[in-house]
Design a binder for this molecule. Structure first.
Ligand SMILES: Cc1cc2nc3c(=O)[nH]c(=O)nc-3n(C[C@H](O)[C@H](O)[C@H](O)COP(=O)(O)OP(=O)(O)OC[C@H]3O[C@@H](n4cnc5c(N)ncnc54)[C@H](O)[C@@H]3O)c2cc1C
Length: 384
């Protein structure tokens, strides 16, 4: 069969194939979970990613990055997720922050920050969500008050991936009245006085990518911290979403692909009633249904990445990325749940990976715009 569970196909160019093979080896050697204790956040994984040249994939060569295509960065996220979701998630956020800072930087103000992000000396975090502003991000309340020489940021962000571990925070805060137009974006360093971090939230899965709140109390930043124009913050946040959603779709495919491979192997080895359980039609249909979700998910992610890479006209990549994110993450939820079922009692134990993949898949239906929000966006796009 021609690479049934792969994101990168035999018809893709050699460079892409080499990248995905290299990342697969890297992931197996350094990211794979070897014990319960090894699932948590470990900075050394990010440091190793830096050494392998993965941290600068979303930054231009002039700033020390490798300016990879969306399909290439998706393949990195896909391969990492096949063994452990956490590092794939914080790298995906790091890519989004890197891309946004470089795209919206004016007059090279943020070049030193971008060089550090590319080299993996700094890890990036994206601070949009607040208690009153989740799906409705435009309702955010964090205030950035203009001073004679800079801004004072006050407020609290919640559920922030890598909070406390990241070195650079892309923060969305209000510089004027209500609504989208009043929001601006700021690049804030971790050591800025007035920034503090809550304890890690205890969550269902994805332990390798901790989340926590980020507080800003009288946090003074210089005028150069502003990214783009005052009032452009919402536009900036939205402009990173297509790439972010494709990345989440790729992560979902990684979980689903690993789960289908594990379930297939287990079904061939586990014997009941005198034969391998893979001989039973009930199990065969489950495997077939898993494939029937995974394969289109891979194709939708490829389609969205290709559209983004060739800058398809009319913002086609927005519909494609919502479709990829929504379908692939629903597919991952289905495939990982079925994998647990095929493992039977063993599937419910921590000793096998499938229960972790199932818990991790749930997160992907929620982040980067919930799947209800994706469906609304898809419907709006169809009805236009
Ligand atoms: C593990 C994890 C990591 C995260 N990392 C980050 C991060 O790094 N940075 C960041 O800024 N945020 C992050 N988030 C926040 C995440 O983006 C939000 O949780 C998500 O956008 C949903 O917002 P909410 O939790 O407030 O849910 P709500 O918006 O309150 O939604 C609750 C429910 O209502 C539904 N709903 C809401 N509005 C509509 C509507 N119009 N139509 C239909 N249904 C609707 C939702 O789909 C959901 O089912 C993270 C969250 C998690 C769980």
């Amino acid at each position: 069969m021609d690479r049934p569970y792969e994101l990168i196909e035999a018809s893709d160019d050699e460079e892409l194939q080499l990248l995905s093979e290299t990342v697969r080896k890297f992931a197996r050697a350094h990211v794979a979970v070897t014990s319960e204790e090894s699932v948590g956040y470990r900075r050394e994984i990010f440091d190793l990613m830096a050494k392998s040249g993965l941290t600068g994939a979303a930054i231009s060569e002039a700033l020390g990055g490798t300016a990879m295509s969306s399909l290439a960065t998706s393949s990195i996220i896909f391969e990492l997720s096949r063994v452990q979701l956490g590092p794939a998630i914080y790298l995906s956020v790091h890519y989004m922050v890197s891309r946004l800072i470089e795209t919206w930087d004016r007059a090279g103000r943020h070049h030193p920050t971008l060089r550090d992000l590319a080299a993996g000396k700094s890890l990036g975090a994206f601070c949009l969500t607040e208690a009153p502003a989740g799906s409705d991000a435009a309702a955010l309340k964090t205030q950035a008050t203009k001073l004679t020489d800079g801004y004072r940021i006050d407020g609290e962000k919640i559920y922030i991936t890598s909070a406390g571990h990241a070195d650079v925070y892309l923060v969305f805060a209000r510089t004027s009245g209500e609504g989208k137009e009043g929001i601006s974006a700021f690049v804030v360093a971790k050591d800025t006085p007035g920034i503090s971090f809550g304890a890690h939230e205890r969550k269902m899965g994805c332990e390798g990518a901790p989340i926590a709140s980020v507080r800003f109390d009288n946090c003074i930043v210089p005028p150069s911290a502003l990214l783009g124009d005052e009032g452009a913050g919402y536009k900036i946040a939205l402009s990173g979403l297509s790439a972010g959603r494709i990345s989440i779709g790729a992560a979902a495919c990684g979980l689903a692909s690993a789960s289908l491979e594990l379930a297939t192997r287990y079904a061939s080895e586990r014997r009941q009633f005198g034969s391998a359980i893979a001989e039973f039609q009930g199990i065969q249909f489950m495997l077939a249904d898993m494939y029937l979700r995974l394969r289109p998910a891979l194709l939708l992610v490829r389609d969205a990445a290709n559209k983004l890479d060739r800058k398809a006209p009319g913002g086609e990549e927005r519909l494609a990325s919502s479709a990829a994110k929504c379908f692939a993450t629903d597919a991952a939820m289905f495939v990982t749940t079925e994998a647990v079922q095929i493992f039977g009692g063993a599937g419910y134990l921590k000793d096998y990976q499938v229960e972790r993949f199932m818990r991790d898949a749930k997160m992907l239906q929620i982040v980067e715009g919930t799947n209800q929000i994706q469906r609304s966006l898809i419907a709006r796009s169809i009805l236009k």
